[in-house]
Design a protein around this ligand. Sequence first.
Ligand code: UN1
Length: 498
Amino acid sequence: MIINTLNKNQEMGLIKEGKIINKNPAKISEIVSEHKIDTIAELDAKLKKSQEAFLEWRKLPAPTRAQYLTKANVIFTKRKEELAQTLHRENGKPLEEARGEIQEIIDVFEFFAGEGRRLYGMTGQSEMPNKTIMTIKQPIGPGVFITAWNFPAAVPAWKAAPALICGNTFILKPSELAPLSGKLFVDILNEAGLPEGVAQYAFGAGDVGEYLAKHEITKIVSVTGSVEVGRHVAEIAARGFKKCALELGGKNSTIVLRDADLDLVEDGVLWGAYGTGGQRCTSTSRLIIEKSISNEVISRLEKRSKALYDTASNKCADNYAPIINKKQLEKIHGMVEEAIKEGAELVCGGKILDDGSKSGYYYAPTILKAKHGMKITLNEVFGPVLSVIELDEKDKESFLAKAMIIANEVDYGLSNSIFTKDINLGMQAVHEFESGLVYLNAPTIGAECGGASQFGGWKNTGNGSRESGVAALETYTQYKTIAIDYSGKLQRAQIDIE
Ligand code: UN1
């Protein structure tokens, strides 16, 4: 997909001109876009611009900054269908998902434009008379956003909207596997009249992201990607004492109790496991289910999985996503083959439907019956593969106790869900899951944005930062405490005269 780009480990000073060629993973003969990779000189110029723009942008009142977000939203709304069509071609996700993703930009911008009239600080009580103490939030500086290909439009918006409303500037380094949606996103912000240099993009592979993250001008780094990339960037950020926000992998479970509504389970697990071709950090990767209902649920899921493609005509359903590239396709297949070798039983799928020689990269929706502890039940697949773990226990309570240990044994902690009509057990599970997101009677994917909803994970999924809700403001602000003494005399704190 990329030509002439750099090896990740190549020396920074060796970045040469080259370009990214982005092909439609559903139809690889179609070139969607080409982007010139930034040279070091271009990156330096962008960083300088970002710094200069920050010095002015930070001075604007937040409600004024909000007006730019609102203006941009008029354009996002007007061009929604066109942006969705582009996204659909760029990373192959089904059109209905692409439309939903563009809508997410609009929603997140609407939400954070509103924050421009809040951005609350706090006031407190001074120890002294005629003195007031308050704490306000202020911006930090130029940010760098390193984003993934699976949500190339919404995820940049999750980062940009809070960053901008708080008074920061940014350079987006979109994934080289899906760079166009990020570019269009930034172009629209500029079309909405953002002062020059406030919102920029840079193209390239990991080395470009690394250069930007390391640079002394950069004060915030926000990453959506793999644990490996996140750890590397976090180390860079730590050396420079930069604010760093990480949104990394997941290995998410759905637990199903015997009393669950099985129609809901069928729809929910199917969507959770196969939405975006299982290429979400929130994808349902493990189904932990009571033995007494597992045969029925597995056979329903098997039937629905097989209906997503027709082997004879080699056609997939319109709402079934391709895999982003051949490397990922082979990685997914390798993990499934290894699981079978380890003793997992293949229920359906387990094969490459198209390796790109017919049209695009497609993997069959796959269900495996696995035993907990197998690698497939512990490692992130990032593909349409569901591992089912059956447990035979005498009652729901003992099943849930075991299921919870299995759900929580993974290194990740992004999203888990439970299906049950038993409100007591359901709520106990909600409290016991070790993850940043938990769903009751709903799948593990499809987080909403907004005030009460904070997107992010525990354990290796991140470093405590949150996106798309109010908690995102923490990433993009620093506190300043202001003490105002109107007593007219010197009042000393921290002095204790007997
Ligand atoms: C990601 O997969 O990297 O909640 C983030 C969801 C999506 C996740 C996007 N919004 O399923």
